[in-house]
Design a protein around this ligand. Structure first.
Ligand code: GLV
Length: 389
């Protein structure tokens, strides 16, 4: 068993174990991948202030997100095709999250269905909704999430159409993978993954297949998004969906202060500052750079979370100290899942937790609520001097 000391160790194991097409799906940004890269490199520009001779006993990373207690300010982000990274992936990730005490968010584009995840977990999870042209299907999805006792609805706003990720097109990404000479060659080197996949019946988009008609290729994320996602989605429609849900609503994919204000108006409980992990609009600002202006605009009136670029506990610390109430991780847990299943997700969470806890202590802080900008050294022009219009 290799010694795993950081998230990148999990990524390396993951790369060896999982078919290339699914690794590439995770490890891609759109077009030139500039935003994908800057999501992480911009975190590196922020430094921490070391403080000493502060009693560091009795530390805790516990806090809350949309009124729910969490063991640390981290939620598992919705990630499409998670059940292709490891057999029954969504169930495994949800179980790891509930045992750790952080929320798991199930993607509309999951392999395991809402009902399946609910049947195999004990605590409520969050459900992420993509809005579709078929309003009736959307209503049914929301009702299914309600029946499954999901404790928050996450509406993703930055993917009405799919950003182009070159590798997915070249690989012919599909769930399950189509058997071409290229995929067969690659699958032949992924025995562990393949045997586990053969032992499960969950190999298709579980919230879709059998629930909706009229998709030309139900195994293709691209076909599904092109044919079904609602390109006419606007704030009025967002408000209508918001009003169908009694509990907390989180709007994900906000990167601009004007949109943050609009989110406030439709009655969202939280927003997630996100560029979809650099997978949608390449050339957009990294999330951590966009965060301060959004906090200035709405931070005192709505919970602001951050997603995109979190790969360590120090990244969590930086985002929270800057003012985010919580952070979301996608790739960081998918690496663990692909590498080692449920145990790998737990390992990822443990690594992040330890890095957060130790870094907090070395900054002279004992609680999440004590983290503020005072622990950060932010380059003077970090947000950048941009001109619009
Ligand atoms: C879907 O959410 C994707 O980024 O592929």
């Amino acid at each position: 068993m290799p010694v795993i000391t950081n998230i990148d160790d999990l990524r390396r194991l993951y790369a060896r174990r999982v078919p290339r097409m699914f690794y590439d799906y995770t490890e891609s940004g759109s077009w030139t991948e500039q935003t994908f890269r800057e999501n992480t490199t911009d975190f590196e520009q922020i430094r921490l202030r070391q403080r000493v001779a502060v009693d560091m006993q009795g530390r805790s990373t516990a806090t809350s997100m949309v009124g729910q207690e969490v063991a640390m300010p981290v939620a598992l982000a919705p990630v499409g095709l998670t059940g292709m990274q490891h057999a029954d992936g969504e169930i495994k990730a949800a179980r790891a999250a509930e045992r750790f005490g952080v929320p798991f968010t199930l993607s509309t584009m999951s392999i395991c269905s809402i009902e399946d995840v609910a049947a195999h977990t004990e605590r409520p999870f969050w459900f992420q909704l993509y809005t579709m042209k078929d309003e009736d299907y959307v209503r049914r999805l929301i009702a299914r999430a309600r029946d499954a006792k999901c404790s928050a609805l996450v509406i993703t706003l930055d993917l009405q159409i799919l950003g182009q990720r070159h590798k997915d097109i070249k690989n012919g990404l599909s769930a399950p993978p189509k058997l071409t000479p290229k995929t067969i060659l690659n699958l032949a080197t992924k025995w562990g993954w393949g045997l586990e996949m053969l032992s499960t019946r969950r190999r298709q988009f579980g919230n879709i297949v059998g629930h909706v008609d009229g998709i030309s290729d139900p195994s293709s994320l691209m076909a599904w998004t092109n044919e079904q996602f609602d390109p006419s989605l606007d704030w009025e429609k967002v408000k209508k969906i918001r009003d169908q849900w009694d509990g907390p609503v989180i709007l994900k994919g906000i990167l601009d202060a004007e949109d943050a204000k609009a989110a406030l108006k439709v009655g969202a409980d939280a927003i997630v500052v996100s560029n979809h992990g650099g997978r949608q609009l390449d050339g957009a600002l990294s999330s951590i750079r966009a965060l301060p202006s959004i906090l200035d605009a709405v931070g005192d009136r709505i919970e602001v979370h951050l997603d995109s670029g979190i790969r360590s506990g120090q990244d969590i610390l930086k985002a929270v100290a800057m003012g985010a109430k919580g952070t979301w991780i996608g790739r960081a847990y998918i690496y663990g899942l692909g590498a080692m299943g449920q145990q790998g997700v737990t390992r990822a969470l443990e690594l992040l937790h330890k890095e957060l806890d130790v870094s907090m202590a070395l900054c002279g802080r004992r609680r999440i609520g004590e983290l503020d900008r005072d622990v950060l050294l932010i380059p003077r022009d970090f947000e950048g001097t941009w001109q619009t219009g």
